[in-house]
Structures are given as structure tokens and as C-alpha cells.
Write a protein that binds this ligand. Structure first.
Ligand SMILES: Cc1ncc(COP(=O)(O)O)c(C=O)c1O
Length: 426
């Protein structure tokens, strides 16, 4: 298919994934996002909910549109030209993602997102292996997608869940984590970056420690891959899950990377077409990984879009994205710290551009609702992290999450709006 339209015309240096700060013109970059040009409630939209889902550049929207207009067919089935084009586009997306994360493409299972990816590990790796007396170690700051699948496994195997606690500043207590890695722990499930606190965990060191003790590691990369260069092979984990819609790609896309030896030893999780070599009523010969785990018709157009998203991010350079977002975070944090009675949850030294906060005397949902009327989209609630909010003893927080396409003017607008709605509530 024609992907020339995804080549980024902006003066960006260097055009290489994961490299340097680059020289992106962020005003031009922002213009790539059609939705960010709209208004809500008669005010210019200030979208600060990218940790929830990211906005899509025109290159991604166009790639999906082009697929349906010119190439739509099912994958891996038909020998006709369209079938070949669709299969090639789908597999090209796998190769692009693999290159982006520095892994082998035949170790990358394409799926609907992190939730599916972690459930695949839970049902296909953990369920057949764990037993009573085994422990699954998770951290306090996990998203429900990295808690509930393990609870389901524990309920069916008799294994127990152990929790590695955090410190008040939102960093992991690494000593406690090490102490929790006792001989009964078979699996450690840990987030790379917290969706509530922004904490970036030292996953390379954690995985090294776990590996030394024979503990298999599952890393939730949902909030890391969209915001920094991630060398998955270099992390030393066993499984790495991430989701496409937070990294400029379409919803319903994502992937699980797994070490080859695990994929080869894992039985299929979902059965059906595409994941087999041969089927008779006497039995079925399963396909090789990764296709063994991709039963049924996948979200083909979605992955074409995700391939375009990878091209887009790679052209920007993830180093440049990280620097840009760190600047926006520093700006927002400085301004928020000036507001009396405002408490920020999560002060890790290494932090993604996510700020969760509460303001004395105001409920999080009221703040978010009134901010919306000012055009500012933030999330309020428990952010699919009930155990974390329980630990802090709060029912909800407001979360402003930034992406490279946000601007310093939007940070200012957010702060002005927050002060205004606080006065209204006060
Ligand atoms: C840290 C983290 N893990 C997992 C998920 C679940 O991702 P998805 O809903 O795309 O499967 C999210 C989404 O908010 C997340 O932030």
C-alpha cells in the first residue's frame, strides 16, 4: 500500500526512533492532529487525558481510511491481490512494531491491547504452571489489567497474590520488593510506568533481580511505550505487554512480546481459524507462534493504523517526545505547586507526564466536570487502580496527562481554568 503520506514533512532531527532530543517544530506537529483543532462547550479543547487514550495524527487516520478504501480483504487466507496486500500490510505493522521495540517480529503476538496480552500470559503461561504454594508478586501501583488476571489465576490454581508496596512519594520500595522475592514466587507482574503516579520503575534492574531468582517477569508497558524509547530486548523481562491506542494508534490494537521459548511452550489461549496448520476431528496441529495466538480475523485496519503510528513516532524520535513531555510536566508541576491546598500524588524523580492531584474542599469529579466546561479534558476517579487509591486513603483523584502534542499555552490555560473552577466550588 501507499505509505508515502505518513512520511513526516516536519524539520525534525534526527529522524530515528529512540534517538536524541531532535528539533521538532511542535506547532507543526500539533497541526497533524485534527481533533485537537476542535472546540468543546464553545471553548478551544485542551486535551489532558492522553494516559487514557491518545489522539491520532492525520497519518494514522489516513492509513486506516486508505486501507478500507483500497485494500480491504482478510489476512492469511485469500490468494487474490487484495488478500496479499492486506496480509502484507498487517505483517508490515508487526515488523514496524518489532523494530520500534527492538525485538524479533516472530516473538510479537498482535492482539487487542494490554488487557488481552496480560490475560494471554495468565491463561496460557501461568494457569497450566502455577499451583498451591506458589506466589504471584504484583506492585501496589498496578492497573487492574495487571491485577485481576492474576487473581483469576490464583483462584483457579491455589497460588497466592503478594503485593510489593510503594513509598509515599509514589516510588516502589525496592528493598521491600527484593525481600518479597522469596523462593515461592513464580511470577512478578509489574508496570513500567504508573498510569496514576507517573512513576517510571527501574524495570531492567527489577527484571535482572527476578531472573537471578528464577522468577518470570511480566511488564505492563502501556504507559511507557508511547512516551519514551523502550528497548524491550534490553530490559531482560520475559513478557512485555502494551496497547496501541495510547501511542497514536487505533483502539483495539496492541501486542504481547514474549521470549521465544515461552511462546513455543505455551498452548493456545483462543482457538479458531488462522491459529492452526491442520484440523481434523482426530485433532488439530497448531500454527507456530506468534500466529498460534492470533485466532480469528484480527483488527487488520487497526494494525495498519498502528503501523502508521509507529512510523509517525519514529520520525519524531522518541527521545524528542520524552524531552518535550518532561518540559510540559515540569511546567504543569511548577504551576500546580503554587496552588494552595493542592496535593500531588506521585513525586518520583523519574516520572512520566502524568499529574494526579486533589484540591482541598473540592471533589475530583466536580473539578473534572467544571474543567470540562472550560474546555479542559482531564480524568477523575480511581483510574482502574483501586488498590493504589485505597493505599493513599482517597476515593478519587483528578489526573491531567500530557502528550508531546500538548502546548505550554495549554498548561497555562489548564491552570487558569483550575483556579477559576476552584473559586466556583469554594
Ligand atoms: C498501566 C496500564 N495498564 C493497562 C491498561 C489497559 O490497557 P487497555 O485497556 O488498552 O487494554 C492501561 C490503560 O489505561 C494502563 O494505563
Amino acid at each position: 500500500m501507499n505509505t508515502s503520506h505518513v512520511a513526516n514533512p516536519h524539520p525534525i532531527l534526527p529522524p530515528h526512533p529512540g534517538e536524541g532530543a531532535g528539533g521538532a517544530d511542535w506547532t507543526l506537529v500539533r497541526a497533524d492532529f485534527p481533533l485537537l483543532q476542535r472546540e468543546v462547550h464553545g471553548k478551544p479543547l485542551v486535551y489532558l487525558d492522553s494516559a487514557n487514550t491518545g489522539q491520532k495524527p492525520a497519518a494514522v487516520i489516513d492509513a486506516v481510511d486508505d486501507f478500507y478504501r483500497r485494500h480491504n480483504a482478510n489476512v492469511s487466507r485469500a490468494v487474490h491481490a487484495l488478500g496479499t496486500e492486506a496480509t502484507e500490510s498487517y505483517e508490515a505493522a508487526r515488523r514496524k512494531l518489532a523494530g520500534f521495540l527492538n525485538v524479533r517480529s516472530d516473538e510479537l503476538v498482535l492482539c487487542s491491547g494490554t488487557t488481552f496480552a496480560i490475560n494471554l500470559v495468565a491463561y496460557s503461561w501461568a494457569l497450566p504452571r502455577l499451583k498451591a504454594g506458589d506466589a504471584i508478586l504484583v506492585s501496589r501501583m498496578e492497573h487492574h489489567a495487571n491485577i485481576v488476571p492474576w487473581q483469576l489465576v490464583a483462584a483457579r490454581t491455589g497460588a497466592t497474590i503478594r503485593v510489593a508496596e510503594i513509598r509515599e512519594d509514589g516510588t516502589l520500595d525496592l528493598d521491600a520488593l527484593r525481600a518479597a522475592m522469596t523462593g515461592d514466587v513464580r511470577l512478578l507482574a509489574i508496570t513500567h510506568t504508573s498510569n496514576v503516579l507517573g512513576t517510571v520503575n527501574p524495570v531492567r534492574e527489577i527484571c535482572r533481580e527476578a531472573r537471578r531468582r528464577g522468577i518470570v517477569t511480566v511488564v505492563d508497558g502501556s504507559q511507557a511505550v508511547p512516551h519514551r524509547a523502550v528497548d524491550v530486548a534490553g530490559l531482560g523481562c520475559d513478557f512485555y505487554a502494551f496497547t496501541g491506542h495510547k501511542m497514536c494508534g487505533p483502539t483495539g490494537t496492541g501486542a504481547l512480546w514474549a521470549r521465544r521459548e515461552h511462546l513455543q511452550a505455551m498452548p493456545p489461549f483462543i482457538g479458531g481459524g488462522e491459529m492452526i496448520k491442520e484440523v481434523s476431528f482426530d485433532g488439530t496441529v497448531f500454527n507456530d507462534p506468534p500466529h498460534r495466538f492470533e485466532a480469528g480475523t484480527p483488527n487488520i485496519a487497526g494494525f495498519v493504523g498502528l503501523g502508521a503510528a509507529v512510523d509517525y513516532l519514529a520520525t519524531l524520535g522518541m527521545g524528542a517526545v520524552e524531552v518535550r513531555e518532561a518540559e510540559l510536566l515540569a511546567h504543569a508541576t511548577e504551576e500546580l505547586d503554587r496552588i494552595e491546598g493542592l496535593r500531588i500524588f506521585g513525586r518520583a524523580p523519574e516520572k512520566a507526564a502524568v499529574v494526579s492531584f486533589l484540591v482541598d474542599g473540592a471533589h475530583a469529579h466536580d473539578l473534572a466536570t467544571l474543567l470540562d466546561l472550560e474546555g479542559v479534558a482531564v480524568r477523575s476517579g480511581q483510574h482502574c487502580a483501586h488498590p493504589l487509591l485505597q493505599w493513599y486513603g482517597v476515593a478519587a483523584t483528578v489526573r491531567a496527562s500530557f502528550a508531546f502534542y500538548n502546548t505550554h499555552e495549554e498548561v497555562e490555560h489548564f491552570i487558569v481554568a483550575l483556579k477559576k473552577v476552584r473559586r466556583l466550588l469554594g
